[in-house]
Design a protein around this ligand. Sequence first.
Ligand SMILES: CC(C)(COP(=O)(O)OP(=O)(O)OC[C@H]1O[C@@H](n2cnc3c(N)ncnc32)[C@H](O)[C@@H]1OP(=O)(O)O)[C@@H](O)C(=O)NCCC(=O)NCCS
Length: 169
Amino acid sequence: MSQTIKPGEVAQRAQPTEETRNRVLLAPMQQEDLDRVMAVEQTAYSHPWTLGNFRDSLNPLFHAQCLWLDGELLGYFLAMRGVEEMHLLNITVAPAHQGQGWGHMMLDALSLLSRHEGAQWLWLEVRQSNQRALKVYECYGFKQVSIRKDYYPAGRLQREHAVVMSLKL
Ligand SMILES: CC(C)(COP(=O)(O)OP(=O)(O)OC[C@H]1O[C@@H](n2cnc3c(N)ncnc32)[C@H](O)[C@@H]1OP(=O)(O)O)[C@@H](O)C(=O)NCCC(=O)NCCS
């Protein structure tokens, strides 16, 4: 029976075997993937991106990649190219697969793609309340740089600060 996971919760699952990791594929996000991407997005966030946000990101200014296992969407990331830097805008692992190393794998992929294009820095913003993601980024080597006040919507008429983080590649 599959677990029901709410946003912010972590699946208590066995770590994938090396054989499973070897079957995983990273592929550029396509228009036809967007229904599956939206299904994951809506289960992973209290304030998900819209379909329009994803559609607008499918152009050469962005890296948009999906992580697949045997046809199942494990996760995805979207990053915007800058001058000698890359700005991570969205990284998401499907709730049932969180805590199994896939986020780390996608950060590795993004770092390699970014370095290949000559980027020196990775940048991102994360909600101050998203302690889990903050911890993942810190474990990966990102450093907190500043706070962007009232950056995110947070329920009725409320806003939440963003923590700005960077990683030297
Ligand atoms: C944040 C997110 C992308 C991380 O992906 P993930 O696959 O769950 O993370 P991983 O399993 O790769 O873990 C990465 C690191 O965090 C650690 N970690 C895993 N689960 C953890 C937990 N419950 N608490 C603290 N650290 C944890 C791992 O040990 C790993 O550290 P390591 O690389 O030193 O071994 C994913 O949890 C997610 O999609 N969350 C919901 C959406 C979200 O918040 N996205 C980010 C928005 S800014």
